[in-house]
Write a protein that binds this ligand. Structure first.
Ligand code: ZN
Length: 222
């Protein structure tokens, strides 16, 4: 099993660990800070022992990293893993912005079904099965989300079920949700956000979430 150091410290951008297995161009690590696409959050970008990671894939308890074919790495070898922190921090902020926006929509759209979500470096999005336009709700939801950001609440994370690697996040008095992504520690780190509606077909509504860089608080690597 690949040990998920990105859950222990989601702010860690470099890690010294060992290669666990090698199968052609695919390797696994004993421990990792390099997140692989899961729950809609895109994979990190980065290197293992200086070689660019071409793909990262979660398969059960393991995470497989595809490297250039001539990587020359062997099981047991010590390696340094480095991730693109600028990208990861934007993914973490846009991920948690989506968590807040989803919770707020679930409160006003009784019985709504979430049919998709995606977190990229430039924006995140959530898709709902809903018969009416969500446009009239956007200003109110954005204001509520930005109030939660401004309040700078603590976001606690931990295991719901460690044997099955199930994680949760919780803000006291707001919500507790199962999620295996990487989360910021406080809502203030997200900075102010903007929402946009997109019509993606009959009975389907999409909300897109953007970081409002002009209004965001300055925040660096913790
Ligand atoms: Zn999450």
């Amino acid at each position: 099993m690949t040990f998920r150091q990105f859950w222990v410290d989601p702010y860690q951008s470099r890690l010294t660990t060992r290669i666990a297995t090698v199968a052609g161009d695919r390797v696994t690590l004993e421990s990792t800070i390099f997140f692989a696409l899961s729950g809609g959050q895109e994979s990190d970008a980065g290197t293992i022992s200086g070689a660019p990671v071409l793909a990262a894939a979660k398969q059960g308890p393991e995470i497989f990293y595809t490297l250039p074919e001539q990587h020359g790495l062997a099981p047991g070898q010590e390696v340094e893993v480095a991730i693109d922190w600028t990208r990861r921090y934007r993914l973490m902020r846009l991920h948690f912005a989506a968590e807040i926006v989803l919770e707020l929509f679930l409160r006003v759209l009784a019985g709504v079904e979430r049919i998709g979500s995606h977190i990229a470096q430039d924006k995140s999005r959530i898709d709902f099965a809903w018969p009416e336009s969500i446009s009239p709700l956007l200003a109110q939801i954005a204001a509520q989300a930005n109030a939660i950001v401004a309040a700078d609440f603590e976001i606690r994370t931990g295991f719901d079920d460690e044997a099955n690697q199930r994680r949760f996040w919780e803000i006291d008095g707001f919500s507790r949700v199962s999620c295996g992504g990487t989360h910021v520690k406080r809502t203030g780190e997200i900075g102010q956000i903007r929402l946009k509606r997109n019509n993606i077909g009959k009975g389907k509504e999409r909300v897109e979430i953007y970081l409002d860089e002009s209004r965001s608080i300055a925040s660096g690597q913790g």
